[in-house]
Design a protein around this ligand. Sequence first.
Ligand SMILES: [Zn+2]
Length: 463
Amino acid sequence: MIFENATILTMNPKREIIERGAVVVDGKLIAAIGKTQEIVARYPQLPRINCNGNLLLPGLIDTHVHLAQCILRGYTDDKQYEFLEWLTGRIFPILGNMTPEDGLASASLCVLEMIKSGTTGFIEVLLAEHYGFDGIAEMIEKAGIRAALGKIVMDMDPAIRDQIGIHPNMWEPRQVCIQNTLKMFDRWNKAADGRIQVWFGARTAGEWNRPDMYDEISQLARERNMGITIHFAETPEDVAYAKSQGFRSPTEFGMAHGILGPRTVLAHYIHSDEEDWKLLVETGTTVSHNPGSNQREPWGPPPVARMLKAGVNVSMGCDAAVANNAMDMVRDLRVALHATRIFENNKAAMSPETALELATLNGAKAMGIEDEVGSIEPGKHADFILIDLDKPHLQPVWNPVATLVLSALGSDVDTVVVDGKIIMQGRKVLTMDEEAILADIRERKARLAKKAGIEMHLQWPVI
Ligand SMILES: [Zn+2]
């Protein structure tokens, strides 16, 4: 199959942009790439899809996702909550009441939304036992997207659980959750033709988690070349905890407990400095920058431009729909750009090109699949998206990267290809039943709210 007449953002080492370009897909792989005229002459027998001058680029990779929280989109936007009040008082009562069917419904909505906005691979950070791991993995297998599923692991003293008031279903005993993660690893890692990975999704250090658990999981992960992802150095409490343990910073705590490494993704990572970044570079640790949710918290975004300059692999994530409202990586390219420019008070602090690198090449590295995806090059897997440029808000195009990063939205994604298979075409997702997923989530949201005893108090009267 040839995808012809596209403007291709290759993201290859030279970052070439090919006008009137074509991509040859052979099975799962990209067989060739070049000017349409030459490619068609070389492969006259192959069927062709005309991209009509639209933008073709690597699929976006979201390195921080909470599948189960999509059902909570817009649920806590009424006021500024104190972090613990928000999590244990508002979020956990609903998450704790979820059944595997609810977990699957929320995850299906999340995956559907990600595909429709051009995400072809993602890292889930905290998949709890009662969300139903098998059901979610089966759905992902059918949907055709790539995923690293972080299965939740924790080691919280039940007395602290009860003192904080954490919903009992949000708690799992240490050995049970570690063993279940390894069971899921044996069952699902490299499943779906290699599209699914199973990682440790570790709870944050502090009173939430006894520190020696990290020594255990990092050892288990290393033995299996398994990934670890964790919310890290996110809040001022995380810094205070690291200091209370005798460390200069959360990063040094992470280094001492084996958390850092080439298969680790640290989400948010707000509180750090040059000394910490040296450790990340030395160990090959990746950061997931979450600009959409960070800008809603009082501590703001991390110094991304400086981390990049120091050589840290910074990727990008949308976080949860309850914290960022949309799992739209195209929209968040712009948010990342603005967050960095405002943080540094300097327009040159991040270019649209850099923002796109975060969401493609750096995301692929975060997932440990940089040899397979992240750019459009012969021999790599055919994971790419097409952006429909034939729209008033996207014309005229002076610089296609700027158009993508600063003007486009996820809803401008027309076609999504993963592993050579078209999973969305003309905005219709071919691997999922969109109508059924939307009908199901509406009904489940109402039932779940009732079960959890949640009442919404809107500012304006609902009549
Ligand atoms: Zn998160």
